[in-house]
Ligand binder design. Structure first.
Ligand SMILES: [Ca+2]
Ligand SMILES: [Ca+2]
Length: 254
């Protein structure tokens, strides 16, 4: 009954709303385990990384989550990567990657920290945005779109853009918590210390409005989300109808 109401609402919204061309492909909420709740990717916890408290916990020493394949496209097609991360490292000296894929110069893909600044891919390097150090979760969203380029959002605000879309190799499949491998299949010593939650990959670029609500909307949406779902036909606006109901559910869990 709720679903019927929801879809009806979205059809009404469609003529005036902005339809998203992005469909959710992978979703890791870490609410119960490290498994993909939408796609078929699987994760392998390495070094003592643990899923507990509804998040992925990483000790900054040797922990990471190794995915079974490349979650981000290696053919240059459009995508969105969205995740939430809490940095608990006291010193930002050095290099630490929250997420990576590929290989050095491949070009490699990563989002992380270098000496207190956000570090973003081999293509773009360090950007003039401070690495969050307040011990709170922050929202990261990367969009790459042919003809538009690359954008990086931090907490819903665009902090970097380029007219060049992201190019990603596939040498080391996607991992959360450290850099891809150096030659010899050993990870670079660039471990992220903290927690990661709500890791999503879409097969298209979200708009700036969708970026602001992606975490609440996707987590609140029924899963899995097929292409014919609300995400495609009605954008994110209609998902707000579920917000109150699922917020209650989440509050009861915690
Ligand atoms: Ca460890
Ligand atoms: Ca979670």
């Amino acid at each position: 009954m709720l679903r019927t109401y929801l879809i009806s609402a979205c059809i009404l919204l469609y003529p005036v709303g902005t339809a998203s061309a992005a469909t959710l492909q992978h979703m890791f909420t870490f609410d119960t385990d490290e498994n993909d709740e939408v796609g078929s990717a699987s994760g392998n916890l390495i070094g003592g990384a643990v899923v507990s408290g509804g998040v992925l916990n990483l000790d900054g020493g040797n922990d990471y989550l190794q995915m079974s394949g490349n979650l981000l496209p290696t053919d240059g097609s459009d995508f969105t990567l969205a995740f939430q991360a809490l940095n608990s490292r006291t010193s930002q000296s050095g290099i630490h990657e929250i997420v990576s894929q590929g290989t050095s110069g491949g070009p490699g893909f990563y989002v992380g920290n270098i000496n207190g600044q956000v570090r973003f891919t081999d293509q773009f390097g360090a950007i003039s945005t401070p690495t969050p150090t307040d011990g709170l979760f922050h929202d990261y969203v990367v969009t790459s779109e042919v003809g538009v380029g690359t954008k990086l959002y931090l907490d819903g605000t665009e902090v970097f853009s380029s007219a060049t879309p992201i190019s990603i190799g596939g040498s080391t499949p996607t991992r959360i918590g450290t850099q891809f491998n150096m030659p010899g299949a050993t990870p670079f010593n660039e471990y992220f210390q903290g927690q990661v939650d709500n890791f999503f990959v879409f097969d298209g670029a979200l708009g700036s409005g969708e970026v602001k609500t992606v975490f609440s909307d996707v987590v609140l949406a029924p899963v899995p989300l097929p292409p014919s779902s609300i995400l495609l036909i009605g954008g994110f606006a209609g998902l707000a109808f579920l917000r109150r109901r699922r917020t209650v559910t989440r509050a009861q869990k915690s």
